[in-house]
Design a protein around this ligand. Sequence first.
Ligand code: NDP
Ligand code: MG
Length: 381
Amino acid sequence: MDKIISILGCTGSIGTQALDVCRAHNFKVCGLSAHSNVELLEKQIREFKPRKVCVYNEQKAEELRKNIADLEVEVLAGMEGLCQLAKMEEANIVLNSVVGMIGLVPTLEALKAKKDVALANKETLVTGGQIVIQTAKENGVNIYPVDSEHSAIFQALQGNECNKIKKIWLTASGGPFFGKTLDDLKKVTKADALAHPNWSMGQKITIDSATLMNKGLELIEAVWLFNLDPTQVEIVVHRESVIHSAVEYEDNSVIAQLGVPDMKIPIQYALTYPNRYPCPCKELSIFDYGKLTFYKPDVETFVCLKACIEAIKMGGLMPTVVNGANEQAVALFLEGKISFVDIGNIVYNSLNLIENKHNFTVEDIINTDKIAREYVLSQVK
Ligand code: NDP
Ligand code: MG
């Protein structure tokens, strides 16, 4: 396979698993970027030998330059560096696995440079969905979903391009607090919230999974990726995380994708589509499960999900508002400055923050994100 990949966010949970896939198939890696973990990045550079790397944090970039002075690797920094990695000439696919809406501009740069994008960074579509999909179309390139649910939907759509989708079943593990009441949630600690039952992920998405914000973001992501009305997406709590999502067609047939909860499967499919190859992960042993369960989500207790449902129905800049409020609230929760239930209240209240706009630019998105973050910071004494 003639794959040459540039990876944004190579030191994270998705980034390191993507490198496991690259190692297994001898894919070439031309670009690697991290925020500040230069120790791990240096190891990756010595193994995968990219031509360019980017460290978002300028000081850390300088540290890396000194540490790899024996190598001929260009070390870039900041947003400018990230965008350069997104449009490297030799790359035939860009994997965007940075965390947060910071990933939006690099995704757009990759698409404008006519690169296919394997997209893990869901915040790209939550904030810039309309512009991103339009940019991909205009440049004749594809966005391949990495998020496991969206990969499952994408897989269930293969061969059905001419058939109408009736509904999507977007599955959710329910996170560590499934079945809990608001009173229970008031006692939740950071350690409780970081202990996800099925998936091992970065800190921000782990908290998003505990609040169900993650499912809300994924609903918005699905609306843009698959051109759906929000009412066509049914969220199904499925504790075992075996069915990764499904598509229901007009004849009431439901086509699902199943597998072990291991992100290497969707990462690899996004990189090798339409082909499948052996994957460095376990196979699914369905008899280990015996039975699979399904429940409706509790949107009254997990108000982040309710906020996202309302935001995508309102459209315009509202998904950017709830996303920005959530990114800031999660950061404050991880710093021990607000409680777990504060996250939901802050995100839900942010729906009243701005006068909505339906025609907007990337600058409007960036400004709105800033307003949402400042609002959250102003709530903390
Ligand atoms: P991690 O926190 O594990 O990794 C994030 C990566 O992005 C790291 O390489 C980090 O560098 C880098 N990074 C962080 N902040 C910045 C910044 N401001 N500028 C540039 N680079 C930055 O996150 P995950 O891998 O868990 O998630 C990545 C994305 O994929 C998220 O959008 C998440 O929602 C999505 N996703 C993740 C899944 C998972 O299983 N983990 C599943 C489905 C989707 P450094 O290490 O130096 O800090
Ligand atoms: Mg997911």
